[in-house]
Design a protein around this ligand. Structure first.
Ligand SMILES: [Zn+2]
Length: 307
């Protein structure tokens, strides 16, 4: 079945209201799969209200249509006060996950050097990485940039307000480029990956982490009720397989892959299994809109090295 084209009639999703956003900005159709260039899709979500497509050729999943680039810029303004620092318990959980992600990088042997965090938000991950790195960041939200400059004097002057392409860093400037929960948000992931390749030193690494994995058991069962499904923020739903395909001719090779869950602040294994069982049970009898728990495989961390 070929996915029907259409406008995104999205008014609300979970606790968010998009009425204003979509009254000003438009949604654009994805004409070809960004992974394999295929043009035949089927619907991935079970409700037309949240239209995501799955490429029939390679299995890549993506929102279709998607909010256009200017709409996305608008959406991410004041992101910090809208979505982040107003929930202290969640913020603490995030901070401890930032430390685990920072440890993953240093434990793999990438413990110092010149580091850039793309989409650095309020500077929280840069802070967790610590002063063994010479730290830089880019961020499109002015409020997050202001927060970062006010709270983190050590790298305040190294945070660029704008996107990675606009920042025009020098060729081979960085040892490490991190994209923490970022690559699934950007309108053109391949353009970002090419730019990362350009600004990395030879043998430098790109660290992708906190990126949703659509091949996970939670995504397969819950679809649009998967906790990491977000019709405006998460444009692209990678899996280890589709991400490898996108990286195939990138000039970088995969050196590490893992799926953080056990030992993270989000692990509640037995309770999470019970939620799965209840959800599957109720799916057979009535519509069930409970959101999935975090779970093993749902998030992936990948390290790619420039050849
Ligand atoms: Zn494809």
């Amino acid at each position: 079945m070929v996915c029907q084209k259409g406008t995104l009639e999205l008014k609300t999703f979970r606790n968010e209201n998009f009425t204003e956003l979509f009254s000003v900005h438009r949604a654009v159709d994805v004409e070809a799969c960004i992974c394999c260039k295929g043009k035949n899709f089927k619907e991935w979500t079970s409700e037309r209200k949240f239209p995501a497509s799955e490429c029939l050729n390679c299995g890549f999943v993506f929102m279709n249509p998607q909010l256009d680039a200017s709409g996305l810029r608008d959406y991410y303004q004041n992101y910090l006060s809208k979505r982040r620092i107003n929930d202290e318990a969640k913020m603490e959980q995030r901070k401890s996950q930032y430390r685990l992600d920072a440890d993953l990088l240093s434990n793999r042997g990438y413990a110092d050097g010149v580091l850039l965090d793309v989409g650095c938000n309020g500077g929280f991950f840069l802070e967790a990485l610590g002063d063994r790195y010479e730290r830089y960041g880019t961020e499109i939200d002015s409020e997050s940039v202001a927060y970062c400059r006010k709270h983190y004097t050590e790298f305040a002057s190294n945070v660029y307000h704008g996107d990675l392409i606009e920042a025009k860093f020098g060729a081979a400037q960085f040892d490490i480029v991190t994209l923490r929960g970022v690559i699934e948000h950007v309108p053109n992931p391949s353009e970002i990956i090419q730019e990362v390749l350009r600004i990395l030193k030879p043998r430098g690494v790109m660290f992708i982490c906190a990126t949703p994995n659509v091949d996970s058991v939670a995504a397969r069962i819950y679809r649009e009720n998967w906790v990491l499904f977000h019709p405006v923020q998460h444009l692209w739903y990678f899996s280890p397989t589709t991400f490898k395909r996108i990286m195939n001719s990138s000039g970088m090779r995969l050196v590490w892959e893992e799926f953080p869950y056990f030992g993270t602040p989000y692990e509640h294994f037995e309770a999470d299994l019970r939620k799965f069982a209840t959800y599957l049970n109720e799916l057979e009898t009535a519509s069930n809109s409970n959101v999935s728990p975090p779970f093993f495989e749902s998030m992936m961390s990948l390290i790619y090295q420039k050849e």
